[in-house]
Ligand binder design. Sequence first.
Ligand code: FES
Ligand code: FES
Length: 169
Amino acid sequence: MTERKGPYELRLRVNGEERAALTRPAETLLRLLRERLGLTGPKCGCENGDCGACTVLIDGVPTKSCMVLAVECEGRELTTIEGLRDHPVQRAFSAENGFQCGFCTPGMIMNAVALVRAHPEPNEEADRNWMGSNLCRCTGYEGIRRALAAARAELAARAGLMPRAKERP
Ligand code: FES
Ligand code: FES
């Protein structure tokens, strides 16, 4: 790993755009995104790796951004909730009441996007384990489970694999 001392300009790719920002060696990715790049979708819940509210994708892998140093992301591809733009998972969370307060929702959705990519078929055990890294104190998780099912159905329909749920006989 390259040794860094003092502030320096970090370059990375965020939501499809090349971005640069001044950072310090001890700054977390969460702080960099929110305070230097103006991306406030990732939320600052616990800053301790427990709640998942800060989850973003780094090279497609869901990651708690409060647990990663910004310097570790040099040259990496990042996606935050701002980069999704009407993704089927977002629509499904809305349609199925997968959230109420919205504080946990950005991280929940980012983790769910990675989940349905990794497991395009329904998989209750994977859902429980995967989404267990994101805490929500409002919904009781039922809406989230329905949202995962709806998102998978939408993605499968888009891929031409099966008709949408409401089109099935
Ligand atoms: S703010 Fe990162 S896990 Fe809670
Ligand atoms: S909707 Fe997630 S904590 Fe309230």
